[in-house]
Design a protein around this ligand. Structure first.
Ligand code: GDD
Ligand code: MN
Length: 860
């Protein structure tokens, strides 16, 4: 009884083939348990004769192809001629160890798997004797396939599979990548495993792999991922692009020379170049994929990609001009290159995608996820140091100027991160925000790993997509607020909790202790996960075992140890911040705010995300048969549900803060991401709603790019109005410095500047005036209002005859409405409340209100 067929492609292997066959027949397989099919492509070195000698006496067959030599075609010919249902493919040059044959076919014969890959790149696998550049190429080849294919060694030439799978292989397949084709053609329907092998490079003859094969490989990958990639297309696209660059640069130069400003110049030059580009691309470069004459939805997609490229390039331009002081006329070129890259990828995958042989929906989501996540990260990288600080960030930067074990209104992590960042990168937005950027990446890493453990790699990719496009993730990945480290710690804690409670890994408790402790240093609300863990352990009988083991207690101890700075600080300060947090919640100003609570969630998650969250929490049924699936579903439900429930209850008697629930949704994102593709398991109505994701994703990513460009460079034609009194403190601080100088000149005394808000005005002013003129800046607690940490930093309110300059975002902030105390009575000869209009590059952006008085009489 024969059991498997070995297909060996050959092209000039006369020095190797005898040795290979000898080694195979030396194995202790029953002689009738396998056959060997050698498929030769017209070798000129007598390979065929050597094979024929074997064919006379054993189960070796020779097939001689007459068509153009091709590895894939040869293997498929061999497969078609095979007598068995289990096929093994291996090289003739002894690179693949015949001794591994048994291990390779066993999983298929035992029917535990359908494809088995002999892998160099898993534990136990290796390569020997291979030139470094080949190793490098092979690694890169594997890496670039990883997004769409879940095998570690997808370019391996040594693998076994069920013969029936070969018929799904695309007729476009050719060249060296047959394993990839086999896996992609059957993705989702097959069980794949890898066994380690040691690949030894040939000692006789030469490799037939050429540059042509590598280029064909990349091209094929793009097609399989849903893009269009022919060399012709790319070439024509490049030619069109070059024309575009010339037009773009020419118009930009002309506009700049007319002093039109960066934003307007690059917008206009872009639009003119883009119109020309689209015309040529649709009629020429991508003509095979263009859907007839001016299709509006295609043009719409083109505009979307173009707009995203444009908004990103504004950041590149601003970065080069403002940070590196490159002249605009030079900076436009790297900016155009960025645009071209975004445009090309957008065109190949989105505007003119592969419609003839489209990949599965699941693969298209992977491609989309990679593209959008990369774009979002790039957007952050370009803009994070350009956008001015919001007052909250300036306040936490103030924390870092008064380094301590903890602070009144927040634990210390945010301050420590800012301290570190500014020590390395200096006193600027880059230094302040770098910590947030890194925390954002850590969040992504842990969330990806969690989603992969709960579901699979493909779901994990969509989870990251959701994380970067949903408002909650975008804000925390960019702004240096306590939520940035909180998100990282929250994701890490979830990851370790799942590993510990669901997967029963002892070591996960160590990570858990660290993540939880550091997380509490970011924001006390991480404690909600502790409650969730307790609930889970009570409900789930399997996890309950941990209660009797030391690990959870040691982890809690470790967390407590890491959290101790906050405890020590509070001990020294009469537990003031714990009191503050609980007062905030339990204050007697009763307010029913469930509607606000829900509204906030809709904003944080977008409407479709909100619906998906409800569905994921309450309507998804785990299949009862699989215990693990049931438990992981319980995990998601408890770790989302318990914290949400707490916040919900709070909202019935207290107004919630906008971002309170933000991190809670991290636990649910994997499930929401899973739903996007597995629509067949959803109710019909909800299945239809899923289509709203596309629009939401585009709208969100466009929105972020738009806002960033707007605050950094402006958008031509759109004035500044909305909420800008909270922003543009750099320009405002310059104005205040000027007012201070005037007062100093008139009175011969150093004025005291008082920011008329709890902390925002004072902090933002202090950050942006911190340069050479060190102004004396206080906060409104000088007049008896609450000033959070300012009450520690500037507690004394002695009368003084130094002039007072009150500064506020609104007129009424300078009056007394926010306190029982009458501000005017505390001032000596208070002047009138005046305002100045703040301009930026000649454009009015906001107002600042101020009032000069001749002294401060103290609180009466
Ligand atoms: N019939 C036929 N037609 N056989 C061919 C052809 C062809 O056009 N080209 C190569 N072969 C045979 C060779 O005779 C050898 O038996 C096997 O295919 C592998 O070819 P090599 O030229 O030795 O390839 P390599 O060692 O550079 O590449 C190996 O590693 C790659 C991954 O790093 C192979 O295992 C590849 O399949 C693998 O992708
Ligand atoms: Mn070889």
């Amino acid at each position: 009884m024969t059991q498997f067929s070995i297909v060996v492609p050959t092209l000039n292997e006369s020095e190797n083939i005898d040795l290979l066959l000898t080694r195979i027949f030396a194995l202790d397989f029953a002689s009738d348990s396998f056959e060997i099919i050698v498929v030769d492509d017209g070798s000129a070195d007598g390979t065929q004769d050597k094979v024929r000698n074997w064919a006379n006496q054993s189960s070796v067959r020779l097939i001689e192809r007459r068509e153009a030599p091709d590895l894939t075609a040869s293997i498929l010919t061999g497969v078609a001629a095979a007598k068995n249902d289990v096929i093994v493919v291996m090289d003739a040059d002894l690179s693949h160890p015949p001794e591994q044959l048994r291990a390779l076919v066993a999983p298929i014969l035992e029917n535990s798997h359908d494809v088995v890959v002999g892998s160099r790149y898993i534990a136990g696998g290796s390569t020997e004797n291979w030139p470094l550049y080949r190793q490098f190429l092979s690694r890169v080849g594997g890496w670039i396939a990883r997004p769409i294919c879940d095998v570690n060694d997808v370019t391996s030439g040594f693998f076994a599979f069920r013969r029936s799978l070969a018929k799904n292989i695309s007729s476009h397949a050719h060249g060296y990548k047959i394993l990839l084709e086999l896996l992609m053609a059957n993705q989702g329907r097959i069980r794949v495993t890898e066994i380690p092998i040691c690949f030894r490079d040939r000692t006789h003859g030469t490799s037939k792999l050429s540059l042509f094969h590598q280029q064909a490989y990349i091209q094929r990958l793009i097609t399989l991922a849903g893009g269009t990639a022919t060399l012709n297309t790319a070439g024509r696209f490049a030619a069109v692009g070059l024309l575009g660059v010339l037009i773009d640069a020419f118009v930009f130069h002309w506009m700049i020379s007319r002093e039109a400003g960066l934003a307007l110049s690059h917008f206009v030059s872009f639009f003119i170049a883009a119109t020309v580009n689209y015309t040529f691309n649709s009629k020429w470069a991508f003509r095979e994929h263009h859907e007839g004459y001016l299709r509006w939805h295609q043009f719409g997609r083109f505009l979307t990609v173009g707009a995203l490229a444009l908004l990103l390039r504004g950041g590149v331009l601003a970065f080069l001009v403002y940070v590196w002081h490159v002249p605009p006329l030079l900076a436009i070129f790297p900016a155009i290159v960025t645009t071209a890259a975004v445009n090309y990828l957008g065109s190949a995958f989105y505007v003119f995608p592969n419609k003839k042989t489209p990949p599965s929906l699941e693969i298209r989501w992977r491609t989309a996820a990679i593209g959008i996540v990369l774009f979002a990260v790039l957007l952050r990288l370009v803009y994070f140091g350009l956008a001015q600080l919001i007052p909250d960030e300036a306040y936490y930067w103030q924390y870092a100027q008064h380094m301590d074990l903890s602070f009144y209104d927040h634990p210390p992590a945010v301050a420590w991160l800012i301290w570190l960042g500014t020590s390395v990168l200096g006193h600027n937005e880059f230094g302040v925000r770098i910590g947030a950027l890194l925390c954002g990446l850590i969040t992504m890493g842990y969330l990806y790993a969690l989603a992969q453990n709960l579901y699979d790699k493909s779901t994990a990719m969509r989870t990251l997509l959701l994380l970067v496009i949903l408002p909650l993730g975008f804000a925390t990945g960019l702004l240096m607020i306590p939520d940035a480290p909180l998100f990282a710690a929250w994701a890490a804690t979830l990851y370790y909790m799942e590993r510990a409670l669901v997967a029963h890994q002892n070591t996960a408790w160590l990570g858990m202790g660290v993540a939880f402790g550091l997380g509490l240093l970011s924001k006390y609300s991480l404690g909600l996960l502790g409650i969730a863990a307790l609930v889970f352990v009570i409900i789930d009988p399997v996890a309950r075992r941990w209660m009797k083991r030391p690990h959870p207690y040691l982890a809690a101890l470790l967390a407590l140890l890491l959290f101790s700075p906050a405890i020590i600080w509070n001990y020294q300060n009469d537990w003031i911040s714990f009191a503050f947090q609980s007062n905030r919640v339990l204050a007697d100003d009763y307010k029913f705010a469930v509607h606000l609570f829900i509204l906030h969630i809709i904003v944080l998650l977008t409407p479709i995300g909100f619906l998906a969250a409800i569905y994921a929490l309450f309507f998804i049924k785990p299949s009862e048969s699989r215990c693990f699936e049931h438990r992981r579903h319980l995990f998601v439900q408890v770790f989302t549900g318990a914290p949400v429930l707490v916040c919900f209850i709070l909202s019935t008697f207290d107004a919630p803060r906008f971002h309170w629930t933000a991190p809670i949704w991290l636990a649910l994102l994997p499930t929401i991401a899973w739903m996007i593709v597995h629509t067949d398991q959803l109710s019909p109505l909800f299945k239809r709603i899923q289509s709203a994701w596309r629009l939401t994703i585009i709208a969100c990513i466009f929105g972020y790019a738009f806002v960033l460009h707007y605050v950094v460079l402006g958008i031509p034609g759109i004035p500044y109005h909305l909420l800008t009194e909270h922003y543009f403190w750099r320009e405002t601080a310059a104005e205040i410095e000027q007012i201070a100088a005037e007062v100093r000149n008139q009175t011969d005394k150093e004025p005291i500047i008082v920011g008329m808000s709890k902390w925002s005005v004072a902090s933002a002013l202090y950050f942006y005036t911190h340069g050479d003129t060190k102004l004396d800046i206080r906060s409104r607690n000088m007049f008896g209002g609450s000033g959070a940490m300012y009450e520690f930093w500037f507690p004394s309110q002695n009368p003084t005859d130094r002039p007072i300059i009150q500064v506020g975002m609104k007129r009424r902030h300078l009056e007394s409405v926010w306190t029982d105390n009458d501000v005017e009575e505390m001032l000596d000869q208070p002047g009138a409340i005046e305002y100045r209009v703040i301009e930026r590059h000649g454009v009015p952006v906001r107002r600042v209100y101020y009032r000069v008085s001749q002294g401060f009489k103290g609180i009466n």
